[in-house]
Design a protein around this ligand. Structure first.
Ligand code: NAD
Length: 456
């Protein structure tokens, strides 16, 4: 498998993919290793995961150089990602004991009732490339902490990062047979689906997620899916500081080149502010610094995947044909690498692809609305349900709008944000189950109910 630098289109290196034989060997090692890993105390497992966190911190510059080379993420955004992953590991390990120890619900003379959080066994984590550290950590850290062994399949676009993760986990003290990595494309992922894992945890596209869910259904094992979104944002007529609203919302749409599951993907603006908002938004986006992601200060680099250029071309063509105005960008950049111009489209409608299908690129549609009610019905008009955001003066107004939207996360005067103490989840086509928070720590366990009669 060739690992390509998306900024230069050069082959960085070539790596052999796993085969059915190597995967079966790894699976059987994980099966042997899981009881031994589980025998360690929770405190020992937490200590090892904290060592991993320290190693991320000590090696941050070399890890970011690798991440940037294979996904094209601007260097500072790579640093932000690894630092974010470090903070998440800290929260998860600080709270492991609280949420994984036995929970006594009843302690009476002749009756004890407790919940014991038992590990699932051997879990498979198939992951995405856009935040390989963050979405990886969300799954393999709590999975290992709970005493599971883990087969981790990084995306083919983040393979070198996956190998670094494995190397540092082993250096931190994770035993060889508690963690293995599966290298390859979707074909390797497909082979994993046929294997007898006790749980499948997937982060990626809706299409692959649906395929995984239906393929493994007969196994009757835990399956959790964190999928894409088409996240809406509404700017109401009473926002106080329009300049900072524009800076925040433009960043929400364009950070990581728009390749975040919770990127702002649709903007609705109250008619009283629409014209001013659009003009100032275009100015803001025009100021983003483009270039090689290895250069300091660059905000927009290349897309990670060449194929996505075609998706963006089609969304722009469809929007133009249906009457949208291209106010900025709108096409591929004339240079080496998978670059697309930061693109702003105005006068869009919910009938256009750009307002219906995940764009996952540096492109945004802005639409005028007459009031909150119209904003709510347009925001709700989607198959996805990851996040939604409202900018307005009062929490009461925001809450009234956000409570009517079927999303896993709701933002008031902020957007494109994930926080470890809160559950990260999607509704509808955006997924099933949660990572992070107490729910995400316990997601890698089975709760066993003990009914105990006798002296405790
Ligand atoms: P993808 O679905 O193309 O690939 C994800 C993983 O699945 C990769 O490791 C891939 O090799 C594997 N895969 C592909 N086909 C497979 C198959 N048939 N069987 C088993 N595995 C298979 O997604 P992607 O391009 O890596 O990620 C981008 C998507 O992920 C976007 O839609 C984004 O919104 C979503 N995402 C969601 C979250 C979240 O937390 N909700 C976080 C990050 C990314």
């Amino acid at each position: 498998m060739n690992i390509i630098n998306p900024a230069t289109e050069e082959v960085i290196t070539t790596i052999p993919e796993d085969t059915l034989t190597t995967l079966e060997k790894k699976f059987s090692l994980l099966k042997q290793g899981q009881p031994l890993w589980h025998q360690k105390s929770l405190q020992e497992r937490i200590t090892i995961l904290r060592n991993f966190k320290e190693l991320l911190s000590e090696n941050i510059e070399s890890l970011c150089a690798i991440l940037t080379s294979e996904v094209g993420k601007p260097l500072q955004q790579s640093r932000n990602e690894v630092n974010g992953a470090i903070a998440r590991i800290e929260w998860l390990t600080n709270n492991g004991e609280k949420y994984l120890v036995d929970e006594w619900m009843t302690q009476e003379d002749s009756l004890g009732e407790k919940i014991s959080y038992e590990s699932l066994g051997i879990v498979c984590n198939i992951s995405a490339w856009n935040y390989p550290y963050l979405v990886g950590v969300n799954a393999f850290v709590p999975a290992l902490m709970a005493g599971n062994s883990v087969m981790y399949k990084p995306s083919e676009y983040a393979t070198l990062t996956g190998l670094e993760i494995e190397r540092l986990l082993k250096r931190a003290g994770i035993p060889d047979n508690a963690f293995h990595i599966a290298i390859g494309t979707g074909n390797v992922g497909e082979l994993l689906l046929a294997m007898p894992f006790n749980g499948f945890f997937f982060t990626g596209s809706n299409a692959t997620g649906k395929h995984i869910y239906s393929t493994i259904a007969p196994k009757m094992v835990t399956c959790q899916l964190e999928l894409g979104g088409k996240d809406p944002l509404y700017v109401a007529d009473d926002v106080e500081d329009l300049k900072s609203v524009i800076a925040g919302t433009a960043d929400g749409a364009f950070y990581n080149n728009g390749q975040s599951c919770c990127s702002v993907e649709r903007i609705y603006v109250h008619e009283k502010l629409y014209d001013l908002y659009v003009v100032e938004f275009v100015k803001e986006v025009s100021g983003f610094k483009l270039g090689l992601p290895t250069e300091e200060g660059i905000y927009i680099g290349p897309l990670t995947r060449k194929n996505q250029l075609q998706v963006l071309d089609e969304q722009v063509a469809d929007a133009k044909a249906k009457g949208a105005k291209v106010l900025l960008g709108g096409k591929r950049m004339n240079r080496k690498g998978y670059y697309f111009e930061p693109t702003v489209l105005a006068d869009v409608t919910n009938e256009m692809k750009i307002m219906r299908d995940e764009s996952f690129g540096p492109i945004i549609g802005i639409m005028k609305v007459k009031d909150d009610q119209e904003a709510i019905s347009l925001m709700a008009d989607t198959d996805f349900g990851l996040t939604a955001s409202v900018y307005c003066k009062s929490l009461e107004r925001a809450q009234k709008i956000l409570s009517q939207l079927e999303t896993g996360s709701a933002y008031w005067n902020c957007c494109d944000r994930v926080s470890a103490p809160l559950p990260w989840s999607g509704r509808k086509n955006s997924g099933i189950g949660s990572t992070l928070s107490h729910a995400g720590i316990r997601a890698f366990t089975h709760p066993k109910a003990y009914h105990l009669r006798g002296k405790i």
